[in-house]
Write a protein that binds this ligand. Structure first.
Ligand code: ZN
Length: 242
C-alpha cells in the first residue's frame, strides 16, 4: 500500500511516481499505479479504473455490465474513472459497433461525473467527432504514439494524452513528446513492464530538459486534478504502509 501523508505542501522527496495506466500493480515503493480492469476488478490494486476494452467485446454491452461500471465508480473510492474503453480499427468488432459500446460507457461516465481513459487506434476522426458531442467529463487518450499535429487536434478538444517514453523511439514520437504541454500529459507503462515507470520519467525529463523532481511534481498535480472527484477521498488521508 502506498504511504502518503499530506500536510499541506508535499516535500519533493515524498512526491510519488504516477503510473497513470497499467494492467498490473507493481510493488515499487513511492509509486501510485492506476490499474485498468475489465469490468469487475480481478487483480490487486490500490487504485483502478474499470471499463470494457474494445478488443474483448463480442456483442453490445448489457444493462448489467454497464451497471457494474456505475456501481464501482459510485461506491468504491479506489475506482478513479471509467476505462479503458474506446475504438480500435485494427481489432475487435466493426467500428460502428465499437462506437455504440463506447457511447454507452461515455453515458455512464457523464451520469457519474467520471473521468474516461480511452484506447484509440486509427479512429481519431470518430473520437474527435464524439468529443464534440459526448465529452462531459475529463478524457485522456492513453498509449498515444502519434505525431504532434494529431496531438494538437486532440488537445484542442480538451482531451489529455498519456504516453510511454521508451529507450528507442521513432523521431515522430520523440518530437511529439518534446512538444506536448506538460499540463496535458501523463506517463504510463500500460502492458510493457520491461521499462519501469521511473525509467520512463527519466527519459521524458531528459527529453524536456527538466529535473526529475519537477516532473514528478507536475505529473502528481495533473493526476490529482484529473481524478479530483475521487482523489478528494484520499488527499489528506494519513495512511501507513502495510
Ligand atoms: Zn491498457
Amino acid at each position: 500500500m502506498y504511504s502518503y501523508i499530506c500536510l499541506g505542501m508535499t516535500p519533493f522527496s515524498d512526491i510519488p511516481y504516477i503510473d497513470f495506466h497499467t494492467h498490473r500493480r507493481t510493488d515499487q515503493s513511492g509509486t501510485i499505479c492506476v490499474v485498468s480492469m475489465n469490468g469487475v476488478p480481478d487483480r490487486q490494486a490500490d487504485y483502478f479504473t474499470s471499463g470494457y476494452h474494445p478488443w474483448w467485446l463480442e456483442d453490445n454491452l448489457s444493462v448489467s455490465q454497464l451497471a457494474v461500471l456505475e456501481d464501482l465508480y459510485t461506491h468504491n473510492k479506489d475506482c478513479l474513472g471509467i476505462g479503458e474503453c474506446g475504438l480500435d480499427a485494427l481489432r475487435g468488432l466493426t467500428l460502428e459497433r465499437q462506437e455504440e459500446n463506447f457511447i454507452m460507457q461515455l453515458e455512464v461516465a457523464s451520469r457519474c461525473g467520471a473521468p474516461v481513459i480511452i484506447h484509440c487506434v486509427r479512429a481519431f476522426d470518430r473520437l474527435l467527432r464524439l468529443a464534440r458531442t459526448h465529452r462531459k467529463t475529463p478524457w485522456v487518450v492513453h498509449g498515444f504514439v502519434r505525431n504532434k499535429m494529431l496531438a494538437r487536434q486532440v488537445l484542442d478538444q480538451g482531451i489529455h494524452l498519456s504516453v510511454a517514453p521508451a529507450v528507442k523511439m521513432t523521431p515522430v514520437f520523440a518530437e511529439m513528446l518534446a512538444f506536448i504541454p506538460l499540463q496535458n500529459v501523463f506517463l504510463e507503462t500500460d502492458s510493457e513492464h520491461s521499462l519501469s515507470i521511473d525509467r520512463r520519467y527519466a527519459i521524458f525529463a531528459d527529453l524536456r530538459g527538466i529535473g526529475i523532481d519537477l516532473l514528478k511534481d507536475r505529473m502528481f498535480d495533473n493526476f490529482k486534478s484529473f481524478f479530483a472527484a475521487k482523489w478528494k477521498y484520499h488527499d489528506g488521508w494519513s495512511e501507513q504502509s502495510s
